[in-house]
Design a binder for this molecule. Structure first.
Ligand code: GRF
Length: 203
């Protein structure tokens, strides 16, 4: 059975695009993106989905009194779309326990640093300001913390003396576009086993 993927994004959606292209090319097998959901109306990720006739959903944060209510509605939308896997791709909201309970071990995120270093919304700038010589990206399962879930894949890039947050982020993004499809395919093929915090890949 083809796995049904929902992508949650707040921004440009370049990772969404990479996932769609990886499905087109067969790098991700037996899966389709059935829904793109955003908390930002102007997120270009929504436009990318519309261009491919993929169902989109915008949920306006102001319409919900609490994070749980927002997530309760998001879960309904995801369940209606019969989502197997939730992929966060530049989604700028913390996921509540209620959401995680509905999609246990079925929510992935990508973060632009080598976790556990530099979690949060400014990972690239924080790494640069700290003066690291190597950074990278991390695909991980989502838990209740901020970028704290079990790590699935990581890869590194060099940091150069003349880097700005933008140039470093661009180098990391290129890597993300390869690493996220790879991780998603491993999940779809059922090759990931969780042993406590450790993800073991069964090749
Ligand atoms: C990526 O760098 C990702 O690691 C972070 O947000 C960024 C999203 O970029 N979580 P895009 O919207 O996929 O281009």
């Amino acid at each position: 059975m083809r796995k049904r993927i929902a992508v949650l994004a707040s921004g440009s959606g370049s990772n969404l695009q990479a996932i769609l292209e990886a499905i087109d090319s067969g790098e991700i097998l037996d899966a389709e993106v059935v829904l793109v959901l955003s908390d930002r109306k102007e997120a270009y990720a929504l436009e990318r989905a519309r261009l491919r006739n993929i169902q989109t959903k915008y949920l306006r944060v102001k319409d919900y009194a609490a994070r749980e209510e927002f997530d309760r509605h998001a879960v309904c939308v995801l369940e209606e779309a019969r989502t197997d896997l939730v992929v966060l791709a530049g989604y700028m909201r913390l996921i509540t326990p209620l959401f995680l309970a509905a999609f246990e071990q079925r929510v992935l995120n990508i973060h632009p640093s080598l976790l556990p270093a530099f979690p949060g919304g400014h990972g690239v700038a924080d790494a640069l300001a700290y003066g690291v010589k190597v950074s990278g990206c991390t695909v991980h399962f989502v838990d209740e913390g901020m970028d704290t879930g079990p790590i699935l894949l990581q890869e590194a890039v060099p940091v150069y003396d003349d880097d700005t947050a933008e140039t470093l982020h661009e180098r990391i993004r290129k890597l993300e576009h390869k690493l996220y499809p790879k991780a998603i395919n491993l999940w779809v093929q059922g090759k990931i086993k969780l042993r406590g915090r450790r993800c073991v890949i069964d090749e």
